[in-house]
Design a protein. Structure first.
Length: 178
């Protein structure tokens, strides 16, 4: 079975190309995020998979759920996805679009989970170090998890740096267990 990520990729790339050509990356990002959230709702998800509805009807229903500020070409995009029974992939399309947008804008969202609260000064220094390392603008969010025992776990896209005491103990346990 083909992974949803693989199925969604051509749609994400196509809509990104359209958005870039329109100079409308942010508007498309917002509408795709809204569509992803809407399509996760159980009633909407059931409607998207209802074989009694035509592809055009499903596309019109989804388009009608978006605020009036939809970018040009949204209806056509939804029609194409509906005709191929891919509207259920909207959350994955939105995710991949966001990644393409971040690459284009050279930005990265970084999540830091630490055993204790991170001060503003520490967060600023960490964001600066990550920005230099990745050559991107960093948006940093922090959260606290006392279960880490000490240290922190940093997630930036696919990159995960586990500098927590819990992570080190797990690694040591794995090395000692036959």
């Amino acid at each position: 079975m083909i992974e949803p990520m693989t199925l969604a990729r051509p749609y994400a790339r196509a809509v990104f190309a359209v958005a870039r050509a329109q100079g409308n990356l942010d508007a498309w990002h917002e509408v795709l995020q809204s569509l992803a959230a809407i399509s996760r709702e159980p009633r909407v998800s059931a409607m998207l998979q209802d074989p009694a509805r035509t592809a055009e009807h499903r596309a019109e229903l989804v388009a009608g759920l978006v605020d009036g500020n939809a970018p040009a070409g949204l209806s056509n995009f939804l029609s194409v996805m509906a005709s191929h029974h891919r509207l259920v992939l909207l959350p994955e399309v939105a995710l991949q679009y966001a990644e393409l947008k971040a690459q284009q804008e050279a930005t990265v969202e970084v999540e830091v989970t630490s055993a204790r609260d991170v001060t503003d000064d520490e967060a600023a220094r960490l964001a600066d170090a990550i920005a230099r390392k990745l050559s991107r603008t960093v948006t940093l969010t922090t959260q606290t998890d006392p279960a880490l025992l000490g240290g922190a776990v940093i997630r930036a896209g696919d990159l995960v740096i586990d500098g927590s005491v819990r992570g080190r103990l797990n690694k040591l346990s794995g090395a000692l267990t036959p």
